[in-house]
Design a protein around this ligand. Structure first.
Ligand code: UGA
Length: 433
């Protein structure tokens, strides 16, 4: 704005003024006149259509940032890499397609599967919801352990069909999603695109595959929405989501039911409770609190009405990975083939939480001790943008069926996160966004 007003205020020179006044258009024929004005008119139309994007209103559907990019895939070298990465190396190993493999949970799960000798292929679109450099670093980590991440979108049916043509996956670990509760108000269509359309694409290719794989996928604790009864049990209602993010995850659970019912797909949904740890997501509070505390910036800590505590059942990544692997290992086979159901198939949903909610202000106190800095706390009213006041998982079902038993408390888990953060970014000199 400053620059613009500067240009506008530049006084016209007398010479300029003279030139404008003395300039006259002369045409030698009516045709020349017509041609001239046609060009002027055409020019105006072009200016109208191609004016600077900054002056036009924001596009209502901002999908371009998310994932509709084209990635290159295919060819003999690519197929060879896919086959090699998907090769099972242990006696009873499984062959897994991990979507969202360059994401936080995806990277950890893919690495754990590879360590025990399973065949793993990653799939990720490397979108810029948060710093893609962190996703590239995770990719490098996986590459070193022999996991190849295919670059592409889960909505790319041609790519999905090709992957299933090259590899007979026994399992799909579907973790690709548009995450984050608050961002749903900024870019709603990205949630529909990834969490609904993307899930359907994955289920479509799985239902047609022969053999059909078993699918384990990431739902969210946010489906419990405005429920007040704690701890949250899988039997509780999930029909009052507080954010579009939660609504798309809930929709995913219903879509899973449909594909299980019609096509005999074996489906397990995992309701993750605020997962944190090394290689985590920079959009999450524990991550950007660390970054901002090291920089001496103030951090917004939400509180509910009447100074009500806001708390989360923070769950450490290694516990989540164990839950994911147990879900894969206990998944029964899908029953359909050739797109037709042959019998009833398994349909499950589990809470994967820590069973011990911690107030956000306590999270900050732990970070203060670990980082040896005093946080500049700015207490704010819990915004009405999708956040719920608390989460608390009842994990008895996951314990019974998966043997899931979290062992990491927040203090221990954050210590590991901070150690990683400082080794990756340094103590504030290198930016994380
Ligand atoms: O478990 C889940 O279902 C969800 O967990 C997280 O969502 P959330 O629990 O909101 O995680 P954060 O965004 O890291 O927030 C953690 C806590 O910090 C609070 N917070 C967040 C941001 C902030 O500026 N200040 C603040 O006090 C939030 O209200 C919340 O209580 C993930 O971002 C979701 O993708 C995931 O599905």
């Amino acid at each position: 704005m400053k620059q613009l007003s500067h240009i506008d205020n530049t006084p016209s020179t007398p010479g300029k003024f003279k030139m404008e006044k003395s300039y006259r258009l002369r045409f030698h024929s009516p045709l020349a006149k017509l041609t001239f004005w046609s060009f002027v008119f055409l020019g105006l139309i072009l200016v109208f259509f191609f004016r600077s994007p900054s002056s036009s209103p924001p596009a209502p559907l901002d999908l371009s940032r998310r994932s509709l990019r084209t990635h290159s895939w295919g060819g003999p070298t690519w197929e060879k890499r896919v086959r090699s990465s998907a090769r099972v190396r242990s006696e009873h190993g499984i062959s897994v397609l991990v979507t969202g493999a360059a994401g936080f949970v995806g990277t950890h799960v893919a690495a754990a599967l590879r360590r025990r000798g399973d065949g793993v292929i990653g799939l990720d679109n490397f979108n810029d919801y948060y710093d893609p450099a962190l996703k590239r670093a995770r990719q490098a980590l996986l590459e070193r352990s022999g996991v190849f991440i295919v670059e592409g979108d889960i909505n790319d049916m041609a790519l999905l069909n090709k992957l299933f043509e090259v590899v007979a996956f026994t399992h799909v670990m579907h973790l690709a999603a548009q995450a984050g509760v608050r961002y749903a108000m900024e870019n709603p269509s990205s949630y529909v695109h990834s969490n609904i359309a993307g899930l359907v694409s994955i289920l479509e290719v799985c239902k047609s595959a022969n053999p059909q794989p078993a699918i384990v996928w990431a739902s969210s604790s946010s489906v419990y929405g405005l429920n007040t009864k704690v701890p949250f049990s899988e039997k509780d209602r999930t029909d009052q989501p507080a954010s579009l993010y939660a609504a798309t995850k809930k929709a995913g659970e219903e879509i899973a039911h449909t594909y299980n019912h019609i096509y005999g797909l074996s489906l397990t949904g995992l309701r993750f409770f605020t997962v944190y740890g090394p290689w985590g997501r920079p959009d999450m509070a524990y991550f950007f609190f660390t970054k901002d505390m090291l920089k001496g910036k103030s951090i917004p800590i939400f509180e509910a009405a009447n100074h009500g505590t806001v708390a989360r059942d923070f769950t450490y990544i290694d516990d989540i990975v164990k839950g994911c692997l147990a879900a894969l290992d206990t998944a029964e086979k899908s029953t359909g083939s050739g797109g037709k159901k042959k019998g009833a198939a398994q349909l499950r949903v589990f809470n994967l939480g820590n069973t011990s909610p911690v107030p956000v202000s306590d999270l900050v106190s732990i970070l203060e001790r670990l980082l040896k800095v005093n946080a500049k706390r700015s207490i704010m009213k819990l915004p009405r943008n999708g956040d719920v006041q608390f989460t608390h998982a009842n994990i008895s079902s996951a314990l019974r069926e998966l043997g899931y038993k979290p062992t990491t408390d927040l203090q221990t888990g954050l210590k590991k996160f901070v150690r990683w953060y400082l080794s990756y970014y340094g103590s504030g000199k290198k930016s994380s966004q």
